[in-house]
Design a protein around this ligand. Structure first.
Ligand code: BEZ
Length: 198
């Protein structure tokens, strides 16, 4: 599959002009809201887990050294917490471009924080896309993120902003928080003054 998914998303998922659509955000959409929306609610989806398994050569890395960003992995019984935005269908022109590096836009059932369920859309990068990096230990992912940067800034800022946004929502995510912990340990080790000889 091509890494650039703009045309695929617009062809596979045309939205009726003037329609409003719920969009589930679980990554940068939670903390970088550069699009208009009508409503914003805490929300969750079932049977998906957030993982730093997708490569980013256009935002948090380069083609030579892609960064690591989140995608969703199917996992029976898992619940992924995030934010649902009610957006106008026109908004996807911007978002399909912003999230073009391997993400397909799919239909999904979203549970809003009042317990109601709505049909919506979510961006997911699967193992079939060329930017896919796949599983690694949280320590290895933290080491990778610590040394990678791209046009949208350091990969570490993406991780730290996401972890803070989840904390601000009152959510926990063991994978994200463990990578954050490992990254902060690396930073502290790098900043620790060298012991004087003797
Ligand atoms: C999100 O924040 O939902 C998102 C994550 C990765 C790509 C596109 C959107």
């Amino acid at each position: 599959m091509s890494e650039n998914t703009i045309a695929l998303n617009q062809a596979a998922n045309p939205l009726a002009p003037g329609s409003n659509v719920w969009l589930f955000g679980y990554g940068s959409l939670i903390y970088k809201v550069d699009f208009p929306y009508l409503e914003r609610k805490r929300a969750s989806i079932e049977h998906w887990s957030r993982r730093f398994w997708q490569g980013s050569s256009d935002h948090r890395g380069t083609p030579e050294k892609p960064g690591r960003v989140v995608t969703l992995i199917a996992e029976a019984g898992a619940v992924c917490q995030g934010v649902a935005f009610l957006v106008s269908g026109d908004t996807f022109e911007h978002l399909d471009h912003r999230e073009k590096n391997g993400y397909l836009r799919l239909g999904i059932d979203i549970t809003l924080d009042d317990g109601s369920n709505v049909a919506g859309q979510v961006y997911i990068a699967s193992a079939q896309n060329r930017a896919w990096l796949g599983a690694a230990s949280e320590a290895d992912i933290a080491r990778h993120i610590a040394t990678t940067t791209g046009p949208s800034g350091p990969n570490r800022d993406y991780l730290l902003h996401l972890a803070k946004a989840l904390r601000d929502l009152g959510e926990t995510d063991a994978h994200v928080f463990e990578i954050e912990r490992q990254l902060l340990m690396l930073t502290m080790a790098a900043e620790r003054p060298a012991m004087p000889p003797g």
